[in-house]
Design a protein. Sequence first.
Length: 241
Amino acid sequence: MGNPELYVGTYGKYSQGSIKGAWLDLTDYADKDDFLEAARELHKDEKDPELMFQDASDVPDWAWSESYINDDFWEYLDEIDEDDREAFDTFVNYYYGDRMTDLQEAIENFQEAYQGEFDSMTDFAYQLIEDIGFEGLGSNVEFYFDIDSFIRDLGFDGWEHATEKDAENYPDDYPDGAGVYAQGEYYGDYDSLEELVDSWLDDKGVIGEETFSRYFDYEKFGRELGMTDYYESGGYVFRHI
């Protein structure tokens, strides 16, 4: 982003078919009054120029219109770091539209809501889990665990469920009766591998953090975040306030 500028003409000149005016760099002025004084001086060939802002460069939509410049714009330049201005402007446009009347309130809400810049809600989901850990999701964590893929891979590693009929027909393979076995070792009387994994999910330490992360559906989690507590706009993520 460059310096914020407005192209300043007048309605009088425009009505006569002229867009004569000039770009004024808003950072050259201490406040709105200082800017308006310079704009009127620019058009001193008119007795009482009615200023017309015909174009803008790097001035957010909430701050100007054809005949308006927000009183708080210079305070915004002082209080919002240049690196955060695009995110702040995105937040204001999304949350307030053209109804932003209290800059300090908007700044406080932005600081509370802003989560950062992300390529997708999935990327934000990864960051959020890194920040709060899986424990921060409470009992909801099981909803995002890809249990089908995990069970499929357990099968590839030699885990299987033996029914009562299996145990009866192959007593040497299943000496402990019906239940879950892995490479000949008995793991308990479970009606299915899914039931075993459900018991593990009650204590993620059994599965292990690294393995749990591998089967965690971050895309699904990110999608749910974007439908509940957070929203994404322009590549920036905000918490609903």
